[in-house]
Design a protein around this ligand. Structure first.
Ligand SMILES: [Mn+2]
Length: 359
């Protein structure tokens, strides 16, 4: 019996302020990645589909995100009417008010769909001889923590949970992995096997504030053949992200900087067209960003997003807060030097830099 495991869809994610035909380009990318995943799942035909949180990018997602999820569920129901879809809300789709059912609440009403936001729920499918325990984010942060027990009468026992787990047990979710045939986790955006049978599937697109950190990692989802324990990764092709090698600023030859920036951008294999690109410059004081005047607009038009990051010389580890402040300052300094940026785009930039945007 094969099950599919997705997480961190972040439907409704928006970034970079690029709008085409009234839609944020990155939101369209994320919806496309989700529909790509659905198409692959239809080909695989799993017995159950598990979605481990952060289905939406925020507790009040745009209507377009609700439509994207509804379309995906409808495709699954049509082609695989006997395949249940089980979703547990993550931090991103958990509303602040404890009585608020959240956006997933609407989908919990559909036949063949379980979508939990508040409390842990155990669902038994006798035809599949399958028991699934859903552990949404909220249930893991309340006292007492969730009681997550396998059903001894079921042949297969699965968990769909959102949060951090680790081998030492200092985690939100306390599990004995031997009790379970598969544990499907969400929250971490990088794919990872925690221990045998306990997996983070990772996000399906590079949705964090720093997408270049995921530039080299393929995104996608997992399937597990419960009989053999075989886990397979199914890649999804999202928008390319390019992280370029840092360029050292030479104070005695400042004019050289423009040439070097042009060189590294021209050398990107396949060009920078429509990609998300980060260029890093080491040792350039923010006040000297004028050295790049006239160089960037051309490349900014060609890339979906071109980010210039100013790196200091390596100087020991920075705290998370310092990193955030540094990133924010560097991005603001750079963007404010541009013309035509609107207030909304700047607010989004600040929000994207704040800690917690990674998850
Ligand atoms: Mn997430």
């Amino acid at each position: 019996m094969i099950i599919a495991h997705l997480s961190d869809l972040h439907l409704g994610y928006r970034a970079f302020g690029h709008v085409e035909q009234g839609k944020n380009v990155r939101e369209v990318d994320v919806a496309r990645a989700f529909h790509q995943a659905i198409q692959k799942i239809l080909e695989i035909g799993p017995a159950a589909v598990l979605v481990a949180g952060d289905v939406f990018d925020r507790p009040e997602p745009p209507h377009s995100a609700l439509v994207a999820l509804a379309q995906g569920l409808q495709s699954l129901r049509e082609a695989l009417p006997d395949t249940p879809v089980l979703m547990a809300a993550g931090a991103r789709d958990t509303p602040a008010g404890p009585a608020d059912p959240g956006p997933l609440g609407a989908f919990d009403t559909l036949g063949g769909v379980e979508a939990v936001t508040a409390t842990t729920r155990s669902v038994h499918y006798s035809q599949l001889d399958l028991n699934v325990v859903l552990v949404p984010h909220r249930s893991t942060i309340q006292e007492p923590g969730p009681v997550v027990m396998p059903n001894p009468d079921a042949r297969w026992n699965l968990v769909v949970g959102y949060g951090s787990v680790d081998a030492e047990g200092s985690a939100l979710l306390d599990l004995e992995s031997r009790d379970w045939d598969y544990v499907a986790l969400g929250h971490e955006h990088f794919r990872r096997e925690v221990v045998t049978g306990v997996h983070y599937a990772g996000a399906i697109e590079r949705v964090g504030a720093t997408p270049w950190e995921a530039a080299a990692e393929e995104k996608g989802f997992l399937t597990c053949d419960l009989e053999s324990g075989q886990v397979d990764f199914h890649p999804i092709h999202g928008r390319p992200v390019v992280s370029l090698e840092p360029i050292p600023f030479e104070p005695d030859r400042p004019e050289r900087l423009r040439e070097r920036v042009r060189e590294v951008l021209v050398e990107v294999p396949g060009g920078i067209e429509e990609k998300i690109v980060r260029i890093r410059i080491q040792g350039l004081p923010p006040g000297r960003l004028d050295l790049l005047n006239g160089v960037l607009p051309e490349y900014r038009r060609r890339a979906l997003h071109l980010e210039v990051q100013l790196d200091d010389e390596p100087s020991g580890p920075l705290s998370r807060e310092n990193m955030t402040a540094k990133r924010l300052a560097s991005r603001l300094a750079e963007r404010l030097a541009e013309e035509g940026d609107n207030f909304e785009a700047l607010v989004e930039l600040v929000r994207n830099c704040l800690p917690g945007k990674q998850v």
